[in-house]
Each structure stands twice: as C-alpha cells, then as structure tokens.
Write a protein that binds this ligand. Structure first.
Ligand code: AMP
Length: 175
C-alpha cells in the first residue's frame, strides 16, 4: 500500500473539537487492517536506531504500540495528569489559552536510553516539544520523532528541530 493509499483512510471532520479546526480522524485507518499494517511498516522503515519508544496519549499509544511490536522494542507512555499509578515526573507547557501537563513514570526511561517519540499528528508542536523535555528530564535522549501526519503551515517541525529532534512524518496535510 502506498502512502497516498494510506492517506485515503484519513477522514477530515470540519469544526471538531471546535469551530475552524479541520480534525484529521485516523479511526478509519486503524479499522482497516491493511492500512494500519502498512502505516506501521512505513513508520518502522523510518525509525532508525533507538532503544525505546515513547507514545503520547492517546493516539500515540496506538501507533507506538504497533511500532513496538513491529520492531521488538519496548514502549513507555507519556500521559495526561493523574493517570499513571507510580511516582511520576511532570512537565507543564503553554497552550493557546492556559497550560497543560504531561507525566511520565520517574523510572520509565533507563539512563541514556535513545528514545523514539511517536504520535499521530504534529500540529503546533507544543505537545511533542513537551514530551521531549519530559523524556530528557527522565534521563533519556531524543533524536527523532515519528508522526503519521504533519499539518503544513504550523511551526511543529521547526520547533522540534530547534530542540535537536528530527521530525519525520508519513503524510502532509494542510492545517
Ligand atoms: P500540537 O501540540 O498542536 O502539535 O497538537 C498535537 C496533538 O493534538 C496531537 O496529539 C494530535 O493528536 C492532536 N491534533 C492537533 N491538531 C489536530 C488535527 N487537526 N487533527 C487531529 N488531531 C490533531
């Protein structure tokens, strides 16, 4: 399956979750076994060398878990506040209005582990940048981040590059 065929499984939902947002819905892609498998294989082909995958809640868990299975590597999960049961470290980051927080188990990342970050969509880059900061705080290093898609015209890729992280996306869509 080509990347264009994978892209055909992404549904656009206008005005979700709020007016003016074109939401890129990956549920049709996940529901199609061939498309999900091809997406996982395309991510694996771009993964490079790494020790551990970090998936960002929530859709980063789906692609992160599939990639962990495909590559034989482990998966750690970067979660929204209050979800992880053991001792955590946290990072607060700015949203358009207000702030948000990501958490990681304090012992999730072995010292100096090379962590590959995975999420579904790279938009403004605020979420991925916060995850990178958190993984580094936990003692890991991050050199590459994989996304199923990147929204063009937003600063996400540049923000990651400024952090020394190479962003790689399978698909590009207008924001
Ligand atoms: P950002 O922090 O702006 O890069 O946003 C990234 C997060 O928000 C990802 O975890 C995506 O799941 C989600 N997201 C942002 N914009 C969209 C969009 N247009 N369609 C689908 N998901 C989005």
């Amino acid at each position: 399956m080509t990347l264009d065929e994978i892209a055909d499984h992404v549904r656009v939902v206008p005005d979700f979750p709020k007016p003016g947002i074109l939401f890129r819905d990956l549920t049709p892609l996940l529901a199609d076994g061939a498309a999900f498998r091809a997406t996982t294989a395309a991510l694996a082909a771009r993964a490079g060398d790494f020790d551990l995958i970090a998936g960002i809640e929530a859709r980063g868990f789906l692609f992160g878990a599939a990639l962990a299975h495909a590559t034989g590597k482990g998966l750690v999960i970067v979660r929204k506040p209050g979800k992880l049961p053991a001792a955590t470290i946290a990072h607060d980051y700015a949203l358009e209005y207000g702030t948000d927080r990501l958490e990681l188990h304090a012992d999730a990342v072995p010292a100096a582990a090379q962590v590959l970050l995975v999420d579904d969509v790279l938009a403004t880059g605020g979420t991925a940048e916060a995850a990178v900061t958190l993984i580094r705080k936990a003692g890991g290093s991050v050199a590459r981040a994989l996304f199923v898609m990147e929204l063009e015209g937003l600063p996400g890729a540049d923000r990651l590059r400024a952090q020394g992280v190479e962003p790689i996306s399978l698909l590009n869509f207008p924001a």
